[in-house]
Ligand binder design. Structure first.
Ligand SMILES: [Zn+2]
Length: 233
């Protein structure tokens, strides 16, 4: 798995990002899109000034001015509102989920745009955590990683260029790579892990996430060898 380097070069923008001379310009920035299944929504997010929950029908008008200014990549975060949450995060792979609909919409609207997708379960599980739990509340790591890999493959099949796990479960990178490989997607889809420090979720979840993000930072040296790119925002 470590030898599969082509995934980091399959898109023109990814090849440009691999160059050693980098400066700060719009093409080197990734714009986060909080995409919701309220199709016509453009709802401000209080904890993220200037950011919105954007419905799939508002993507064109919202993104076109940014693309005109040089933006070339977006990172999709799913904000489902119409789905039942359950222990396994079933709705993450529902064909009508905002991320899956959004990927296909963006691919047709902006064919050259690089699309990254946050891979996580917390917006889809009834416990609000990024994985599947055992009955005693502890993390079931094997089932979590398997489910995360299923979600990553669904995004990849829909046309996502880069799957971006933010869940911080041990071992999920290898499982995602394995599942992409089994689906002949390992040279077409890049893996790009990151953690996000700002959330509009309840305070209790936020505190738990800060703890796990600190844990991730300690683990970076161990996991970075297995990932195509690594980012902390
Ligand atoms: Zn999560």
């Amino acid at each position: 798995m470590e030898g599969k380097l082509h995934s980091g070069f399959h898109h023109k923008l990814l090849r440009e990002w691999q160059c050693i001379n980098t400066d700060i310009n719009p093409a080197n920035l990734i714009y986060p899109i909080f995409i919701t299944d309220e199709e016509n929504s453009l709802e401000p997010i209080k904890s993220l000034p200037g950011q919105y929950r954007i419905g799939t029908e508002r993507l064109a008008e919202f993104l076109q001015p940014l693309i005109n200014k040089g933006l070339r990549s977006v990172l999709l975060f799913g904000v489902p509102t119409k789905f039942e949450k359950d222990y396994g995060g079933s709705s993450a792979t529902d064909p009508k989920s905002p991320v899956l609909v959004g990927i296909q919409k963006l691919r047709s609207l902006f064919p050259d745009l690089l699309i990254l997708c946050d891979v996580c379960l917390c917006a889809y599980t009834d416990n609000g955590h990024c994985g599947i739990l055992n009955e005693d509340g502890s993390l079931n790591s094997a089932r979590s990683n398997h489910r995360l890999a299923e979600v990553a493959v669904a995004y990849a099949k829909a046309g996502c260029h880069v799957v971006a796990p933010s869940d911080m479960n041990d071992g999920r990178i290898g499982m995602i790579k394995q599942k992409l490989s089994e689906n002949s997607l390992d040279t077409k889809v890049e893996e790009f892990s990151f953690c996000h420090s700002v959330t509009d979720e309840p305070d209790t979840t936020r505190v738990e996430k800060r703890g796990s993000q600190e844990m991730l930072i300690k683990q970076l040296q161990e996991i970075r060898l297995n990932e195509d790119l690594l980012l902390k925002i």
